[in-house]
Design a protein around this ligand. Structure first.
Ligand SMILES: Nc1ncnc2c1ncn2[C@@H]1O[C@H](COP(=O)(O)OP(=O)(O)O)[C@@H](O)[C@H]1O
Ligand SMILES: [Mg+2]
Length: 356
């Protein structure tokens, strides 16, 4: 049946549920084309080989009682050893379909490098950079990509001199501004602050998720996203547009209320579409991404200017998520997209072996 692929999904981040849904879509789409070994990662961090996304979704939080013997029931308490001894012998490649920290940030990718197993998507460095908004912006700047103005603070700066921080933000960025934990995704811990009181609350919230906080000037515009696919010669998809159901595209809006809307293709002039696609590929290359990436933009209401917001190295991957839909609209249906990503993973693995 061709390739045998392990699908790592679930995980300990706030995006556990999204990952489970993405995995269910993948399993369903390539049934019969590829042999899939699903490995569910519970919210507590245990790895359960053979666990189907439907079962993990039903059980929700998987708590292991003290009577259960890990050796007997397939639970894995030591993922590193498990990968090295088991996965290498059993599969051709791994699809880490995990969002957020401990999945999308280079940690799992590092483990897979150690294990010598090909995997889908960005490598260690690109994954880490894509997860850290400070690093990402620094690389975007270096590659002359248009980004909004921003400031970065460590926890100790806020705790030791909050007045200085407030003043700096007010003088340079003004209100409203966006306050974000540097390393997270899915809008978790992000606030739009309209005044000083909200700024304080926003800092306190963001600092519960990370020791580093990014504050951004408010960009008044429409949100446009573009898929990128490939390794050294990546290609852009048709761009799409998000119409948030709330004041901004918040976690609740993304995953709970679900009242945001996707418009594909995005409403852009030909010149804007070409610009978005060019910038998407440049952003992908700027962080040395591989396989897939979704680059998110603002199209400013003021003058139609295109500004890069971020790149996601493991974008939402359910059949109805933006990334797969963008590729379907570009002429690459969901099952073929998965096959292409698998091929790119093997290509990149061979390419790296040549150097090593
Ligand atoms: N500088 C900004 N100006 C206006 N809206 C923003 C800004 N930054 C973020 N947002 C809004 O917040 C959402 C989440 O922010 P984003 O940086 O994409 O974080 P995440 O990595 O969690 O997706 C965006 O989709 C957008 O709706
Ligand atoms: Mg985003």
């Amino acid at each position: 049946m061709g390739l045998k692929m392990a699908l790592l999904y679930g995980g300990q981040s706030g995006e556990h549920e999204v990952s489970v849904m993405s995995a269910a879509s993948v399993v369903q789409a390539i049934r019969g084309q590829m042999e899939i070994l699903p490995i569910g990662i519970t919210k507590e961090g245990q790895w359960i080989p053979g666990l189907s996304p439907e079962t993990l979704a039903q059980r929700g939080c998987w708590t292991v009682t003290s009577g259960e013997a890990p050796e007997d029931d397939g639970l894995v308490q030591n993922p590193a050893g498990f990968l090295l001894d088991f996965l290498r012998r059993r599969v051709d490649l791994v699809f880490p379909l995990l969002h957020g920290p401990m999945g999308e940030d280079g940690t799992i990718q590092g483990l897979l490098e150690l294990a010598g197993i090909p995997y889908i998507g960005a490598g260690v460095a690109a994954s880490a950079v894509g997860m850290d908004k400070e690093m990402m912006k620094a690389l975007f700047k270096q590659h002359a990509l248009p980004i909004g103005d921003y400031l970065v603070y460590r926890r100790y700066e806020w705790e030791s001199a909050p007045e200085k921080v407030r003043k700096e933000i007010e003088e340079r960025l003004g209100y409203p501004c966006f306050v974000k934990p540097a390393n997270l995704g899915s809008s978790v811990g992000i606030s739009k602050a309209h005044n000083r009181a909200e700024l304080d609350a926003a800092f306190n919230l963001a600092l519960t998720y990370d020791r580093k906080v990014v504050v951004e000037a408010f960009l008044d515009g429409r949100e446009v996203e573009c898929g990128v696919l490939g390794n050294d010669q990546p290609e852009p998809s048709v761009p799409g547009e998000i119409v948030p159901g709330a004041e901004f595209y918040s976690y609740e809006d993304k995953y709970i209320k679900n009242d945001s809307q996707l418009i594909i293709p995005a409403r852009l002039t030909d010149a804007q579409r070409a610009k978005v696609q060019e910038l998407a590929v440049r952003a992908f290359k700027a962080i040395d991404c591989a396989g897939m990436g979704r680059v998110d933009f603002f199209v400013l209401n003021r003058d139609g200017q295109i500004v890069v917001n971020e790149i996601n190295t493991i974008p939402g991957f359910t059949k109805i998520s933006m990334y797969p839909k963008l590729w379907a609209a570009t002429g690459l249906p969901y099952p073929e997209l998965i096959q292409r990503l698998a091929g790119l993973a093997l290509e990149r693995f061979r390419d790296r072996r040549r150097a090593g």
